[in-house]
Design a protein around this ligand. Structure first.
Ligand code: PGA
Length: 241
């Protein structure tokens, strides 16, 4: 795995943004795998600014998001649909029908998982996947113990994940208990992966990823089986490396 060490969050975001915008300009019809959470927000800000300043176009881009909470409709401000529109899609020229996010409000969730896997296949797979990492090593919402063979599936969120994400909700009770997520195999099928991490609270996870063994108990360790992963992280997140 290649590591790019940056000074801070802003430099991490700009570094990832520059690399990504370059890739989009040289392959304007690529499929992006996108993530939510605090980590990629600065990257999306960079892409919006770059779209305004340099005209990088997303008209032919397809996007596939990693995950969504179960039970939150798209218009709920805590849904990942809402996050993506507010933080990226509303500000670039991507076509709405080219953006794909699992539907956590689907009546038949199993069928929704199958539909999502099929969709990813039909659009030719993900060219570049953006990932964050959870303190417990989750990628997407693949919590510790998730089989590496998994594709899109429904998960029960770990309590520490719900706690970490409760900062966006009014109370812990409001944090959904389930989510729909692309699986580990789905993620590994992406041609290239950027894993972003910032801050001391991610330092242990990155240390386990880089120094630990490959194990389903630490989902991100599956990335060691992938040939084209770049970790873009600030020095606080890399303090044990
Ligand atoms: P964060 O989440 O970017 O909000 O830290 C990352 C993750 O949990 O995957």
């Amino acid at each position: 795995m290649k590591i790019i060490r940056t000074e801070n969050y802003l430099e991490m975001s700009v570094t990832a943004g520059r690399l990504l915008a370059e890739k989009i300009r040289s392959n304007p019809s690529m499929t992006l795998g996108l993530a939510t959470g605090s980590t990629p927000k600065g990257l999306y800000e960079y892409l919006i600014q770059d779209h305004r300043d340099n005209g990088t176009s997303y008209q032919q881009i397809q996007s596939v998001n990693l995950d969504e909470y179960v039970g939150l409709p798209a218009q709920d401000p805590n849904s990942y649909h809402y996050f993506m529109w507010k933080n990226l899609f509303d500000h670039i020229d991507i076509a709405g029908e080219s953006t794909h996010i699992p539907n956590g409000a689907a009546e038949d969730l199993e069928q929704e998982c199958t539909r999502y896997d099929q969709l990813i296949k039909e659009i030719g797979g993900v060219d570049l996947q953006i990932l964050g990492i959870g303190q417990n090593g989750h990628i997407g919402f693949n919590e510790p113990g998730t089989p590496f063979s998994s594709r899109t599936h429904i998960v029960t969120l770990a309590e520490n994940t719900r706690e970490a994400n409760s900062r966006f909700f009014n109370s812990m009770e409001e944090v959904p208990k389930h989510a729909i997520t692309m699986g580990i195999t789905s993620i590994l099928e992406s041609k290239e992966i950027f894993l972003l991490a910032s801050g001391e609270q991610k330092a242990e996870a990155l240390s386990k990823l880089l120094n630990g063994e490959i194990s389903e108990a630490f989902p991100a360790s599956a990335l060691k089986q992938h040939q084209n992963v770049t970790i873009i992280a600030d020095k606080n997140a890399l303090k044990y490396i």
